[in-house]
Design a protein around this ligand. Structure first.
Ligand SMILES: [Zn+2]
Ligand SMILES: [Zn+2]
Length: 403
């Protein structure tokens, strides 16, 4: 995942601005400096000016909570690096997301001192999400809570879920990909549309903090059910559980003795104060997306998303219609069908909302199932509900049977 490749892939995906990530790491900092050209107002581009970059990073704090940090420019990243050096190993060979032996509050003070802003990354996930360890932003950031402008939703949550916790209504929501590879089923699998006069750090900050003229106009991303931690499930064999059963079993899986992890959905249920559907007035819509490669994969019936057949069809679509987001959301269906009738059908079904999900959990991604008609959708929905119910009630029955 190198900067020129990211720039090239962003164009195919339809993204105009990326965050560099990992900017506290010595080698990555050098890499970024080598490949970018400074434009103005804290925005950089690759040498071909294909894509703009904002400076940022993710760190883990002393409570294991992951924090997203946005910075005004490269020199502020260098200053922050100097301040953080004493508090963690910033340059370990496999980790661009260092562990910092400081509280979220102390990190926020440092970030503020270099002109940046921050908030919790994948805030609801078990292990490293803020809500796994804290009840609220106030609990996590103490005296710096008022300086936290956003909550990043992660793959397993969306605005509908997150806004059932009324305290979240004061924050902007960001939907970020957390991509570890530059390929389009990872990079840009989640994104934000932000209204700005032109890309700049200042306007990004205004949009996230003030939510006024410069504002976030769309959050887009996976259906939360596709996320790895949506349902409560075993972290080893991925069997799903109802929370009541998990509690009875003391969070030990009865199939493999692995640990059962509370899913994002159940954590949000625990904290929710209002039913789903209420949002603050500035909250943009949330658009659920499927990566095009996954739609093609399902259409051609190949398991591997990187298979040559899947990739060559993906390339054909993106080259014909400019970028992936255009193909998914805007290109007329008859034109899509001309390239490949089956894939065109699937994209039409996706736009009609005929998508079901075998929900993810315990660290395993969920899996989309695209129905071919409304009737088929309703039929598959009942089948899926039935299967899930069987899978989840089995645990209690087994236990009562002497397991
Ligand atoms: Zn993280
Ligand atoms: Zn298990």
């Amino acid at each position: 995942m190198e900067l020129p490749v990211m720039a090239q892939q962003s164009k195919l995906k339809g993204l105009q601005v990326l965050v560099t990530a990992d900017m506290l790491h010595k080698d990555w900092l050098a890499h970024v400096k080598r490949y970018v050209v400074e434009q103005e107002n804290g925005v950089y581009t690759d040498k071909n000016q294909t894509c703009s970059f904002i400076i940022g990073t993710e760190v883990e704090d002393n409570r294991r909570v992951h924090q997203l940090i946005y910075l005004p420019d490269i020199s502020s990243a260098e200053t922050l690096r100097e301040k953080m050096k004493a508090h963690g190993n910033l340059d370990c060979s496999l980790c661009g997301r260092p562990r910092i032996r400081l509280s979220a509050e102390a990190i926020a003070v440092h970030v503020e001192s270099v002109g940046g802003f921050m908030g919790p990354a994948h805030a609801f996930t078990p292990y490293t999400g803020m809500f796994a360890h804290f009840e609220s932003v106030e609990d996590c950031y103490g005296g710096m809570a008022k300086k936290i402008p956003f909550v990043e939703l992660g793959l397993s949550a969306d605005s509908d879920l997150a806004d059932t916790i009324e305290r979240n209504h004061q924050f902007s929501f960001l939907s970020s990909s957390d991509a570890h590879s530059p390929w389009p089923h990872r990079m840009g699998r989640e994104f934000n549309t932000i209204q700005m006069k032109h890309p700049s750090y200042k306007e990004l900050r205004k949009a996230v903090v003030k939510k006024e003229l410069e504002r976030i106009t769309l959050n887009a991303g996976l259906d939360p059910r596709e996320g790895k931690y949506h349902f409560t499930a075993c972290n080893s064999c991925y069997n799903k559980y109802l929370v009541v059963d998990a509690e009875k079993l003391n969070w030990k899986c009865i199939h493999c003795t692995g640990q059962i992890k509370r899913g994002v959905k159940d954590r949000i249920d625990q904290l929710a104060t209002i039913p789903s559907g209420k949002h603050p007035s500035f909250r943009p819509p949330y658009k659920h997306l499927l990566p095009l490669a996954e739609i093609i994969q399902e259409s051609v019936g190949i398991k591997n998303v990187n298979a040559i057949k899947v990739q060559s069809l993906w390339e054909k679509y993106v080259k014909t219609f400019e970028n992936e987001i255009a193909v998914l959301l805007h290109t007329p269906i008859p034109e899509l069908k001309e390239v490949d009738a089956g894939v065109g059908e699937k994209i039409a079904a996706f736009r009609n909302g005929w998508v079901l999900y075998i929900p993810g959990g315990g660290g395993q991604y969920g899996k989309p199932i695209i129905a071919h008609s409304e009737r088929d959708f309703e039929k598959k929905k009942l089948e899926l509900q039935d299967t899930l119910q069987k899978e989840m009630t089995l645990h209690t029955q087994k236990k009562m049977g002497g397991f």
